[in-house]
Write a protein that binds this ligand. Structure first.
Ligand code: T4K
Length: 383
């Protein structure tokens, strides 16, 4: 028998600065009395993130979803956008709120990203863009996607909510396509509690994004476009400035945890570990496994439930598929027969607890529990 944990082990825990350091930031903000509307902490964070992400420019938002929604708005798209069904609801909601129709494309069976080879067959006269998601921080096939987009004059947007700090062949992930969106939610390795950023290729978008997230206001008496309020406030920016200092150490810890998981899980039958591309710098955002029911002896849902008995809380990201939302039931691209890989994978994938605060002992115990569950399941099925 394996012992259960005394305290729940969650999928993640927010990376937060020391209260002393945060209080120093707060003191400066209080003294300045400038608490929002593109203040000094926003400006400082933009510079720090440009440096960290090695991008020329970026725009901060109150959360990743609004970054995506308004980023798409700024590109003035119309008609249909080809995207993945295997993502967080925010991706597809951003299209919906822009009056765009998602066209769901099946996913790659290894990376779980949009299958770049299947995009072209979905292009119609109404297609205006491709919206890829770097799922679990693993980059889409950016070169192939760009080639298709160039051939058909389509925009390329990447939802990089999980891809903070990812590099591909040494290039920042924020430099691919026309636009990339990052999430700085409390569950992300780099966080501003709630927050997000947009990086973009077209330099003129810098001003447009600034306007769009600030009611379209460009001066005390000038409104240039119909905008909205999606600003990151100074306190969120201050959290970001402090959390960014913790990121290198947190990444090292997560790298170690990832290796520990890999070592301890690799010999358990029926587990595939989702790995990164060879020439990729990881975001260390998730640690994800795939369960093969036949080899493992039980399915992903059963494992997910059994782990709860041991006080281990895993997540079935991204179940359910976005194409299964009731409001898409009449879309041809949302039909199950068109998305076989997405339907298969969404039943198999499980995200395990992954954050710098998990101890070696805890990782080892989680792996022992999974192994114990697997051995018991295969003994039962062979009886
Ligand atoms: N695109 C993609 C592909 C995304 O995955 C997301 C968000 C977005 C766009 C939109 O970005 P944002 O608008 O959120 O910036 C979480 C996050 O809320 C969400 O940001 C994230 N993706 C998604 C994958 O995960 P939940 O509903 O699973 O989170 P929740 O509240 O269950 O928290 C998970 C665990 O995190 C808890 O068990 C404990 C820990 N936690 C959570 C919170 C809220 C903390 O330690 N502290 C906290 O404050 O969605």
């Amino acid at each position: 028998m394996i012992n259960k944990f005394n305290e729940p082990i969650m999928i993640t825990r927010s990376l937060l600065p020391s209260l002393d350091n945060f209080n120093n930031q707060l003191k400066e903000i209080w003294e300045s009395k400038w608490v929002t509307n593109n203040g000094p902490k926003n400006k400082e964070l933009i510079e720090a993130l440009k440096d960290y992400l090695t991008v020329d420019d970026l725009s901060l938002f109150s959360n990743g979803t609004l970054g995506l929604l308004l980023g798409i708005k700024s590109l003035e798209l119309s008609g249909e956008v080809i995207t993945t069904p295997f993502t967080f609801p925010a991706t597809v909601a951003a299209l919906e709120w822009n009056g765009l129709t998602p066209v769901f494309c099946d996913i790659d069976h290894v990376t779980l990203n949009i299958d770049a080879n299947k995009i072209e067959s979905l292009i119609t006269e109404r297609t205006s863009a491709i919206l890829g998601v770097h799922v679990f921080g693993n980059p889409c096939e950016v070169d192939k996607i760009q080639k298709v987009a160039d051939n058909y004059h389509l925009k390329v947007i990447y939802d990089g909510a999980h891809a903070f700090g990812v590099k591909l062949n040494g290039n920042s992930i924020g430099k691919f396509g026309d636009m990339t969106i990052f999430s700085f939610h409390a569950t992300k390795l780099f966080n501003t509690i709630e927050g997000g950023a947009v990086t973009f290729k077209d330099k003129t978008l810098s001003k447009k994004l600034q306007l769009i997230k600030n009611f379209g206001i460009s001066g005390p008496e000038t409104v240039e476009l119909p905008g909205i309020n999606a600003k990151l406030n100074e306190i969120q920016a201050a959290v970001g400035l402090e959390v960014l200092k913790l990121v290198p150490e947190e990444r090292k810890k997560r790298h170690h945890i990832k290796q520990l998981y890999e070592t301890n899980l690799k010999s358990i039958p029926g587990i595939r570990i989702l790995t990164k591309h060879k020439k990729q710098e990881s975001s260390y955002q998730f640690f994800v496994i795939e369960i093969d029911k036949r080899e493992f002896g039980m399915n992903r849902n059963q494992l997910h439930e059994m782990l709860k008995d041991y006080n281990v809380f895993t997540r079935k990201y991204f179940y359910p598929l976005c194409s299964n939302f009731s409001w898409y039931q009449d879309l041809p691209s949302a039909q199950q027969k068109n998305l076989p890989i997405a339907h298969e994978k969404v039943e198999k994938v499980l995200s395990l607890p992954f954050y710098g605060g998990v101890t070696n002992q805890e990782v080892k115990q989680i792996c022992d529990i999974i192994e114990f569950i697997q051995t018991s399941a295969s003994n039962t099925s062979s009886e």
